[in-house]
Design a protein around this ligand. Structure first.
Ligand SMILES: Nc1nc2c(c(=O)[nH]1)N[C@H]1C(S)=C(S)[C@@H](COP(=O)(O)O)O[C@H]1N2
Ligand SMILES: [Mo]
Length: 201
């Protein structure tokens, strides 16, 4: 996109701090829905979240067990590779650090997997250190199914395709394994501030 785009949206939205919009992105107050397939509707009594793979023991939480963990309120800017950015989105959920607490592993990579079959890969260190959450509320309300309810991953420092909707598990892997979009040419890491959209970026 030509650089004029930022000025254009900036002048239409004087309250938007242009320094918070990564290169090539534009501000939107909307919340677009981007899904590669139909929205799954898994009943909560059949739902669980699992950490498995190269770990000393599989960990699983039911819906009630997830809600019983310490919760955090998160305010974050999100950036979709299709070029929209949304500022100050608010979420409620559990830090991935909490889920990883006590997990022994040699793995350095994670595949997030979902109801519906979507996957995405993220370095384990990017899910630790207070930078990633498993969230179930958006804007104070239960997360809409279209936006990933009951539970999605939130990794706001990477492009939003890494924030897997309808999350059911994190599989820790020794080898890095490209996920759904990464296998179609999206960047393996996806830092919006370095504009890592595609493998060649
Ligand atoms: N399970 C699943 N998660 C997904 C996707 C998907 O198709 N399936 N799309 C990704 C992409 S490309 C983006 S931009 C965001 C969109 O989230 P939203 O629909 O809540 O805006 O979800 C990401 N997580
Ligand atoms: Mo996206």
């Amino acid at each position: 996109m030509p650089p004029v785009t930022r000025g254009f949206f900036g002048s239409r939205n004087p309250d938007v701090d242009a320094s918070r919009i990564p290169p090539g992105q534009y501000f939107t107050p909307d919340f677009p829905v981007l899904s590669a397939g139909p929205t799954p509707h898994t009943p909560l009594d059949e739902w669980s979240l699992t950490i498995d793979g190269a770990v000393d023991g599989t960990k699983t939480w039911s819906w009630e067990e997830l809600l019983a963990l310490p919760q955090e309120e998160i305010t974050a800017d999100i950036h979709c590779v299709t070029k929209w950015s949304k500022l100050d989105t608010t979420w409620t959920g559990v830090p991935v650090d909490t889920l990883l607490d006590g997990v022994e592993t040699e793995a350095e990579h994670v595949t997030a997997w979902c109801d519906g079959g979507y996957t995405t890969n993220v370095p384990l260190e990017d899910l630790a250190g207070g930078r990633a959450w498993v969230v179930h509320r958006y804007g104070g309300e239960p997360l809409d199914p279209e936006h990933g309810g009951p539970v999605r991953l939130l990794v706001p420092h990477l492009y939003f395709w890494k924030s897997a909707k309808w999350l059911r598990g994190l599989t820790l892997t020794v080898e890095d394994e490209p996920g759904f979009w990464e296998g179609f040419g999206y960047h393996n890491y996806g830092d919006p501030w370095r504009e890592q959209r595609y493998w060649s970026d």
